[in-house]
Ligand binder design. Structure first.
Ligand SMILES: CC(C)(COP(=O)(O)OP(=O)(O)OC[C@H]1O[C@@H](n2cnc3c(N)ncnc32)[C@H](O)[C@@H]1OP(=O)(O)O)[C@@H](O)C(=O)NCCC(=O)NCCS
Length: 155
């Protein structure tokens, strides 16, 4: 667990957090990950699921999550989402800053991801962090044949 500010902290997902992550996931994506897919991330040693929580009068509430793999010297970001009512408040940037910091702490030199080319919010977030588009994977997403933009950042 890491305290980012008096009212903000990050921590790793546990099994008990999976339903809350699924609530955000289902709202965020037309083709969401299944419960089984999210749970599976708890069992892969290369996988990391990071939660960003905000302190409220009712306790710590989940605002955003990020799923990423660390393989050799590369951080590969698979999934990032902010609760729909909490967007554009800096939570996406904060959790991605932590992802990058965790990668650097593990001596990674590169961060990579794929993103739907129409996803302006996510591309905007990644570009603001310093990712750059280095190519396109045509018809990468099976559901609607959409291209993926491949983005990378040197760490
Ligand atoms: C992409 C997403 C995670 C951004 O989360 P967020 O918490 O709203 O992002 P932040 O508030 O930290 O925004 C940081 C920067 O990203 C960019 N950005 C965020 N939302 C944007 C939007 N709708 N349009 C353009 N740029 C956007 C901006 O540069 C923003 O900085 P600014 O607010 O100072 O202009 C969120 O929109 C989301 O959950 N989308 C659905 C899931 C998704 O598509 N995930 C990514 C694919 S894996």
């Amino acid at each position: 667990m890491r305290q980012l500010a008096p009212l903000l902290r990050t921590r790793r997902m546990t099994l008990a957090d999976v339903p809350g992550v699924m609530d955000i996931e289902k709202e965020a994506f037309t083709n969401p990950w299944s419960l089984e897919m999210v749970k599976k991330e708890l069992t892969n040693e290369w996988s990391n699921v990071l939660l960003l929580e905000e302190s409220t009068p009712w306790g710590w509430e989940l605002r955003a999550f990020a799923i990423f793999w660390i393989v050799a010297d590369e951080v590969h970001v698979l999934n990032v989402a902010t609760h729909v009512a909490s967007r554009r408040k800096g939570f996406g940037r904060k959790i991605m800053d932590e992802v990058v910091a965790m990668g650097r702490a593990r001596s990674c030199t590169l961060a990579t991801l794929e993103v739907r080319r129409s996803n302006q919010a996510a591309i905007g977030l990644y570009a603001a962090l310093g990712f750059r588009t280095v190519g396109m994977r045509p018809r990468y997403y099976a559901d609607n044949q959409e291209d993926a933009a491949v983005m990378i950042m040197d760490l």
